[in-house]
Design a protein around this ligand. Structure first.
Ligand code: TRP
Length: 376
């Protein structure tokens, strides 16, 4: 069987170097050897509150980043998940092969609820005891979240936040995303491995029940070292769009000046360049910058350390800034152009959307026949 890739990314907006080196760059490489489907997962995004205008903008921005990074829409399908209705239909069919215990073992929905709970609880005090400003912040948050999840209050304090069905069933939709195209390989990061494992189990259960080998069991695609890019201000935190400081990240819309400044101002220690990768353990910021350099240069971190050993950090930072600009400028330039031209993004999306729709419809019809559902 021809190898087919599916992967997706949520439309969070403000894409950065971490998204590029951690995922997009690998996706671009895969398009040569595989038939690829890449989704902007807007249906997954709405498991948490989203502002409708922002969501629509972020969905276009994420698709734009795929194209700017080099994904070719005449070779691969790139489109918003919500544009292919078969994903959600198949989710229902697969839900019947997903015991609740499997979903209960998933850690991400618990972490997400716990994260929301934590964001409330800078203050464990009963809400009525809070100062005016803090009280207003908490009440606003409650208003935003209450239609989404249960906020459990006891003695006037928020003691828990319970996930909704969407967040709980999120991995079943993910299984449907993959299986609707009968994808054989799925490039995912560490945080999505558990969900992919569930997709494999669900595919197996469906096949066993109907006595078919219809769905391929999708394999995780681990590509070399997917660089884990950390904040430029704190080498122990992931680079993130939600960090308050813009100096913590390289955005995929930053121009050459911004990229240069951010690398020059990146937090480091007063020591010179490392002479061995073993030093990384004590120097997380240095590890991060050398990992970024290695990823951009397509070299191993060890070789980059050897190259700069004995030199001043400032010289390394300048070299890193130059390399980053050379590699990223075509991407960030294209990204800025596309963001000015919504019609062009939509044209690119429409170019591959029909291909995705046609394959998804063909597979769904086959699955309906297997189950004995009405096809008219
Ligand atoms: N859940 C993934 C994430 O947040 C995105 C995603 C949705 C996905 N469906 C997928 C990734 C299917 C791979 C395959 O990163």
């Amino acid at each position: 069987m021809k190898k087919r890739i599916f992967s997706g990314m949520q439309p969070t907006g403000q894409l950065h170097l971490g998204n590029y080196l951690g995922a997009l760059r690998n996706w671009v490489k895969l398009q040569k050897d595989y038939e690829c489907f890449y989704g902007v997962m807007d249906l997954h995004a709405i498991t948490l509150p989203q502002d409708p205008k922002t969501l629509a903008r972020n969905t276009r921005e994420t698709a734009a980043a795929f194209y700017a990074a080099g994904i070719d829409p005449s070779q691969c399908a790139v489109y918003p998940q919500s544009a292919v209705l078969e994903h959600t239909y198949l989710q229902w069919l697969l839900a019947n092969h997903t015991p609740l215990g499997w979903l209960n073992r998933m850690t991400q929905f618990k972490e997400k609820s716990a994260g929301i709970h934590k964001s409330f609880i800078k203050n464990i005090k009963p809400i009525s005891d809070l100062s005016g400003e803090e009280k207003e912040r908490i009440n606003q948050k409650i208003q935003e979240l209450e239609p989404f999840m249960k906020i459990v209050v006891d003695g006037g304090s928020i003691i828990d936040v319970e996930a909704n069905l969407g967040l709980f069933a999120y991995p079943v939709l993910m299984a449907a995303d993959i299986l609707i195209y009968k994808a054989t390989h799925v490039p995912v990061g560490e945080d999505q491995k558990q969900h992919l494992e569930l997709s494999r189990d669900v595919a197996g259960a469906f096949n066993r029940h109907y006595g078919v080998e219809y769905f391929p069991i999708p394999e995780p695609q681990i590509l070399g070292e997917a660089a884990r890019v950390m904040s430029l201000r704190d080498g122990t935190k992931k680079m993130s769009k939600s960090d308050e400081s813009d100096y913590s990240r390289i955005n995929l819309t930053d121009d050459a000046d911004a990229i240069k400044k951010k690398f020059q101002k990146a937090k480091t220690d007063p020591l010179p360049c490392p002479s061995a990768v073993e030093e990384f353990k004590q120097r997380p910021e240095i590890e991060n910058l050398f990992t970024i350099y290695a990823a951009l240069a397509d070299k191993s971190a060890k070789d980059v350390v050897a190259e700069f050993s004995g030199k001043q950090l400032s010289a390394f930072k300048n070299a890193l800034a130059d390399l980053a600009i050379a590699r990223l400028e075509p991407i960030t330039k294209r990204m800025r152009e596309l963001m000015q031209d919504e019609a062009e993004i939509d044209r690119l999306i429409n170019k591959s959307l029909e291909r995705a729709r046609a394959l998804a419809a063909k597979h769904l019809a086959e699955v309906k026949d297997i189950i004995g559902l009405w096809r008219g």
